[in-house]
Write a protein that binds this ligand. Structure first.
Ligand code: ASP
Length: 356
């Protein structure tokens, strides 16, 4: 009897299966499947059965758009409980450049997941002698084989990260991803260790629910000293529906720039959802900490707390696609939907920033 688990691999592209060309690395058709077929370790004891669906075209993830997130999410939905084979887990092979966006988007689009969706990739392709692709692929498949972590995760370089908490932090290291505001769900050394206390579990009485996204126009702006209010007011125009504002420190902006604050106020009043996330690598927004932060709250900017920019952007796409009122979108942006932000009950109490 074959007791191996069945894993569906959505191979979207990325460095893992790329080949060297005169223009640099590019995805190549059938290449990854052939390489994996010729490596006995992928058929070894403890590995699951896997089926690779190679996307056409294979993409460098810098070319991904929300249309590709929909394609991946629908692919998972279509193979989740239908089809000739019952799949136990899903692996998305993806380029690293926009992996954190896709992982965040999938987290929102696939509600009440009961099966793992592990997104992985590599910094060096499998065809090169020294690479991280081999270990990332093997370990991702082994995690699928040995345990059920029913979340969208990023597996990379020995760490299993919640997908909507991950961010690409290192351009040229094997440790490409970090989860700055939430501990890894698992670590892989000589053993695979999952921190089960952190893993979200589905409601067993409900099925997995796929929700699509439309393509509302959204944007992000990273504040910098000297930013001209005209740049911001030009962006805050129809058809824009949401803006992620990357602010200084704990969520501060140049409040003495009256024209800038007025542009934000008008943007909010015109129905644009403006979300405050910090441009610091880690930590949370606290709009009550400084006058420069509370000024943002006064003009209607809402806190994104400790969300990554990727999570805030994809959550905006998701919520603005639901047909909710602006007030409901604003409310849900500040609520914890998939573990993407630390809920109020678990936030450290807000104390004065300076000792009294
Ligand atoms: N440019 C590649 C991509 O994102 C980088 C990688 O896969 O690591 O597809």
């Amino acid at each position: 009897m074959n007791s191996r688990k069945n894993v569906y691999i959505a191979y979207t592209g990325g460095t893992v299966g790329m080949k060297e060309t005169p223009d640099g690395l590019q995805p190549a058709r059938d290449h990854l499947q052939q390489l994996m077929d010729n490596m006995p370790e992928f058929r070894a004891e403890g590995m699951p059965n896997y089926f690779i669906h190679e996307y056409d075209p294979l993409l460098d993830s810098s070319n991904m758009t929300p249309n590709e997130w929909i394609k991946i999410a629908e692919d998972i939905r279509d193979h989740y409980s239908n089809g000739e084979r019952q799949y136990d887990a899903f692996v998305v092979i993806h380029g690293t450049d926009t992996m954190a966006f896709t992982a965040s988007a999938l987290s929102f689009m696939l509600e009440n997941l009961g099966k793992p969706v592990l997104v992985t990739g590599a910094q060096i392709p499998l065809c090169q002698p020294r690479n991280d692709a081999r270990m990332n692929l093997i370990t991702t498949l082994q995690i699928c084989s040995e345990m059920t972590v029913p979340e969208v995760c990023v597996y990379f370089n020995g760490e299993l990260l919640r997908g909507c908490r991950a961010t690409k932090a290192h351009a040229d290291q094997f440790k490409a991803f970090e989860s700055p505001n939430f501990p890894p769900l698992g670590r892989v050394g000589t053993c695979i260790k999952i921190n089960w206390a952190l893993v979200r579990q589905p409601d067993p009485h409900k099925s997995m629910l796929y929700m699509t996204i439309h393509h509302p126009v959204i944007a992000s702006i990273r504040l910098f000293p000297g930013i001209d209010s005209k740049v911001v007011s030009h962006i805050l125009q129809p058809p824009l529906r949401g803006l992620v504002l990357e602010t200084f420190g704990v969520g501060n902006a140049p409040s003495s720039n009256r024209a800038l604050m007025e542009a934000l106020r008008q943007g909010n009043e015109s129905g644009i959802v403006i979300v405050n996330v910090t441009q610091c690598f880690s930590g949370t927004v606290n709009q009550d900490g400084y006058e420069t932060g509370s000024g943002l709250a006064k003009v209607g900017v809402i806190s994104g707390y400790d969300m990554t920019c990727e999570a805030a952007l994809t959550k905006l796409y998701f919520l603005l696609s639901r047909g909710f009122s602006i007030e409901k979108v604003k409310h849900l942006m500040q609520e914890n939907l998939r573990g993407e932000l630390t809920p109020e009950s678990e936030r450290a109490p807000i104390s004065p920033l300076l000792p009294i």
